[in-house]
Every structure is written in structure tokens, then in C-alpha cells.
Design a protein around this ligand. Structure first.
Ligand code: PLP
Length: 374
């Protein structure tokens, strides 16, 4: 035996297969972004012409992108680039609230929002759905809790990452304005897929995720801010007067911002096709329901992220020699990935950006798998 080490195998296994994983369907790079990725791949390559502030760089023109293009796109006063959606949530919580203050968070919020609040040592009050736990959250449930707890911030997820439910964010905007409580709308699964206009909604903060929904490598996020709160959230250091404290002075200093910019024109266009994406998702869900799957959550469904209960696949798994993993192997054989290995009782998937032709391949695959194994 020799001691010679093998090179680490960095070939990506599932790269060219059809991928249904909701966290990946909106983050596929455009061709333009792939080129930019190579061009700016060297460490700190975006900093060639930096005078100390990332979003003041004009070569490439990050300045216009951050201070003009994105605020127009999000219909907000100010945009701050972050290292991801969760970092945006943390920045807002950390700057607006002190330890032991209360924040309201909807029960279907992403785990990272609960962790962000914990890192800030805040007390979390969860906003629950009293009627149907899997339907979109009834935002009227915030009213009583706002009156009772006087929170420093309220957070709503739009849509949530489990069921893809879209709650009435605009109605919560009215409630937040009435009670004068800062309102953060987490749009990690919305910005870059569907139109989100902060001022129309009446939110004070909107958050997007570049790698989840804006065709960027990431990690990167966009944070839209109502200028009323900008001096608090974006406070600068006394010692280094151009560095934002909550951002530790700088954020996405690399290919993440470059690919976000390179994809933006296409992202802006695809957002205009949102109605078509919703129709496609609804059609796909209907076809899957014909196989015995049950769509869970808001109906009619208004987002490409969908959660299905799939008893028929669970029944098969009980008898199959690969047990719960049979579905993963059967799909992979047919060139399809993205449903979590081991899941058969229920799972989520996304049809975003997948052509009808490919969705038909997926439907055929499910039909075939059921027929062969039942
Ligand atoms: C995916 C997701 C996040 C995390 O996004 P990052 O940009 O990776 O931090 C946060 N919130 C919601 C609602 C999400 O779906």
C-alpha cells in the first residue's frame, strides 16, 4: 500500500438531472452568471476598485445595481446586500431589539429565524393558526398578540418553506401600520420568483435569498428597508465611519454579488411570468393528485413549492427491499432527483422553471414506479 493521497473527487453527482428540490429550482445560474463566475472567481476580485464600501464600487457597477436597480425592483427606499436571507433577519432583529424584547414569528417560519432571535437573546412568541394548521396563516392572529406583548418586531414568512402558503401580507401591513410596529416580510421563496413590492405590501423590511430564488451562486441576500429604520439598522462604526456595524463592515465580496448582478435581467423577466409558473404548478399538482397524491396547504395553491401526502408510495415502501429509499433510487434511475432520500409518506417539491415537457417526464416516472411496484 502506498501513502499517496488521492485527489478529492469534486465531480458533482446529480448536476444534469431534473431536480425538484425547492431550494434549488430558483437558484440555477443563468449562462450570463456562469461567465461572470469565472471572470470574477479569484478571491476579492470584485475589490479591484473598492474604496471601502462594497455598494459604492462602480467597476463593475455594483453601486447602480444596489442603490437604483434593486430598490426599484423591490419598491423600497434602501437595499442592503447581506450574506443570505438569515443574515438579513438577524441584522434587523439585532438592531431593533434588545435582549429579552419580544418578537412575533409565524409558526411556519424558517428555522433560521428562530435561531436568529435566539442569537439576539429575544423572546419569541409564535403566531399560530387556530383553525387549520396547514392553511396559510390568518394574519388577524397577530392583532391580539401585538396588543398583549407589544413586540419590537413582527415577522411573517411569504411563502413558508414547507407548504408554500402565501398569507395575506398586505393585510398584515395595515395591521403593522396601525400599531406602529416594525414589520419584516421574509420572501426567501418569493423575491426573484414572483413580484414583491414592499411599499404596496406595507412592510418595513423585505428579505430575499440570491441563491434560493435569484439565480445567484450565493450565499447572498437582499434586504429592503423602509428609510424610517435605516439609521438604526445601518448604523456606522465611530472608528470606521463608512463601515456598517451590523454587516461587520462588508458582506458579499465575491462571486455571489457578481452572479446576482449577471442574472438580474433574466430574473426580472421571469418574475413577469409568475402567473404562468403558478398555472403550471397547479396543473402539475392536479396531475399528481390523479395518481393518489394529496396536495397539502393552501387551495387553490398559488406557489411552485408544493407539499404532497403520498400514502400510495408509503404502502410500496413497506414491502420494497429498499424500504423508504426505494423512491429515491427509482426516480434517480429515471433521471430525476430532489426528493429527499428516505421520504415516501410525504414530501415537498417545486416545479419552478421546469418545462412542461420535463414535468411530463416526471409524471410518467411516478406512474411507472407505482405500476411496477404496487
Ligand atoms: C431558505 C430560507 C431561508 C434561508 O435562506 P438563506 O439565504 O440560505 O439564509 C430563510 N427563510 C426562508 C423562509 C427560507 O425559505
Amino acid at each position: 500500500m502506498t501513502n499517496q493521497k488521492k485527489n478529492i473527487d469534486l465531480k458533482r453527482q446529480n448536476k444534469d438531472l431534473i431536480n425538484l428540490n425547492p431550494i434549488q429550482t430558483g437558484g440555477k445560474l443563468t449562462d450570463n452568471a456562469k461567465k461572470a463566475l469565472i471572470e470574477f472567481g479569484d478571491g476579492y476580485a470584485v475589490c479591484d476598485f473598492c474604496n471601502g464600501v462594497l455598494d459604492e464600487i462602480q467597476k463593475p457597477d455594483i453601486k447602480t445595481f444596489v442603490h437604483q436597480t434593486l430598490p426599484e425592483f423591490l419598491n423600497c427606499d434602501i437595499v442592503q446586500i447581506t450574506n443570505g436571507a438569515r443574515e438579513g433577519v438577524f441584522i434587523v432583529m439585532h438592531s431593533l431589539a434588545k435582549p429579552n424584547d419580544i418578537v412575533l414569528i409565524d409558526q411556519n417560519a424558517h428555522y433560521s429565524c428562530f435561531i436568529a432571535a435566539q442569537r439576539c437573546k429575544l423572546n419569541i412568541v409564535e403566531v399560530k393558526n387556530n383553525k387549520c394548521p396547514i392553511d396559510a396563516i390568518d394574519v388577524e392572529n397577530y392583532i391580539f398578540l401585538i396588543e398583549k406583548y407589544k413586540p419590537k418586531l413582527i415577522l411573517l414568512t411569504y411563502p413558508d418553506g414547507t407548504y408554500g402558503n402565501l398569507p395575506d401580507a398586505k393585510k398584515l401591513g395595515k395591521i403593522a401600520q396601525k400599531y406602529r410596529v416594525p414589520y419584516l416580510l421574509n420572501c426567501a421563496y418569493a423575491i426573484g420568483r414572483m413580484p414583491v413590492k414592499m411599499k404596496e405590501i406595507g412592510a418595513d423590511f423585505v428579505i430575499g435569498s440570491g441563491h434560493k430564488s435569484m439565480a445567484a451562486t450565493g450565499p447572498i441576500g437582499v434586504l429592503g428597508i423602509n428609510e424610517k429604520y435605516s439609521s438604526i439598522v445601518l448604523e456606522k462604526s465611530k472608528k470606521y465611519p463608512n463601515k456598517i456595524i451590523e454587516c461587520l463592515g462588508c458582506t458579499a465580496r465575491g462571486t455571489s454579488i457578481i452572479t446576482l448582478m449577471a442574472s438580474f435581467d433574466e430574473v426580472k423577466k421571469r418574475v413577469e411570468n409568475w402567473e404562468m409558473e403558478v398555472k403550471k404548478a397547479q396543473w402539475f399538482a392536479k396531475e399528481l393528485e390523479k395518481l393518489g397524491f394529496v396536495l397539502i396547504g393552501q387551495k387553490p395553491h398559488k406557489h411552485d413549492l408544493m407539499f404532497f401526502k403520498t400514502d400510495i408510495l408509503y404502502e410500496i415502501s413497506k414491502k420494497h427491499k429498499k424500504k423508504g429509499y426505494f423512491l429515491y433510487y427509482e426516480l434517480k434511475k429515471r433521471g430525476i432527483v430532489g426528493i429527499k432520500p428516505g421520504h415516501t409518506k410525504s414530501f415537498k417539491l417545486s416545479s419552478y422553471g421546469i418545462s412542461k415537457e420535463k414535468l411530463n417526464i416526471i409524471l410518467d416516472a411516478f406512474r411507472d414506479i407505482i405500476k411496477q411496484n404496487l
